[in-house]
Design a protein around this ligand. Sequence first.
Ligand SMILES: [Fe+2]
Ligand SMILES: [Fe+2]
Length: 311
Amino acid sequence: MTDLAIPDLDRELLVELEPEAGRLMDRHLKVAQEWFPHDYIPYRLGRDFDKEPWTPDQPRLTGVAQTAFEVGLLTEDNLPSYHRLIHGMFGKGDGAWLNWVGRWTAEEGRHAIVLRDYLTVTRNIDPVQLERGRMTQLQQGYDHDAPDTLHGLAYVAFQELATRISHRNTGRYSKDPVADRIMARIAADENLHMVFYRDILGAALKVRPSEAMRAIVDEILKFQMPGAGIPNFVRKAADIAKAGIYDLRVHRDEVLLPIVKHWGLMELSGLDAAAEEARQRLVEHLDQLDAAARRFEERVARSATPRVATG
Ligand SMILES: [Fe+2]
Ligand SMILES: [Fe+2]
């Protein structure tokens, strides 16, 4: 395939899938509930910062719970970069594709609003550190080239589910009913986003099975959470994994497998040789992840870090 063939395939695909994107967008609008960040914030706890500055003894959330909220918010804060990429992916289509870009962006914006308001009013995080983290992260941006349509769709399907689960587990881990309610609300949005991307890529698998399979496997093999530009991200992600909020087991069993099964990737027929080879790599990768997750679980079982209660 030449470089020039990629945009052609994208354009053709976007046109071909536009009716399905329209149907999925209508379904989304029917099931998405309107909600307001101010309904979720305990404003009675608010005090002026000029009269009573933030001090480290004020947060009720500490340790990994605090880290997970910080990473969750800074990840949501990077929306301008995600918007640029999603627009790059779908901007070559029109109608339903552009309507989705707008709607999705507007919904995502609410996530950072509610998280910042919660963390500021409750003083659960140093507001200066938070704002500096946001500045660092946004100035750096999310520095990736806009992917082609199939790779982009595969990434966002997994990423939305990953975000859903890490937000949900962050809420549970906090043991704060207010935080838990906020995270459950955001997680419900992320789930609907995942369902849109999963199902539009499901439609792409029917018309371009081999290309779609290869794109999905590429994205699974190099998957990275979008927060990599956050200061000290590697250490923070390791703490979050140790707490079970997002670790290899969650990634394999609760993010990759449900979507792979939903698409029926292992049963798909009519693939070309390269796509068959990609599927084989996927099987091996899932086995390797399982083994690595097992080793990780054995290691954390011996550590003192409290783990999230799931189920
Ligand atoms: Fe979000
Ligand atoms: Fe989302």
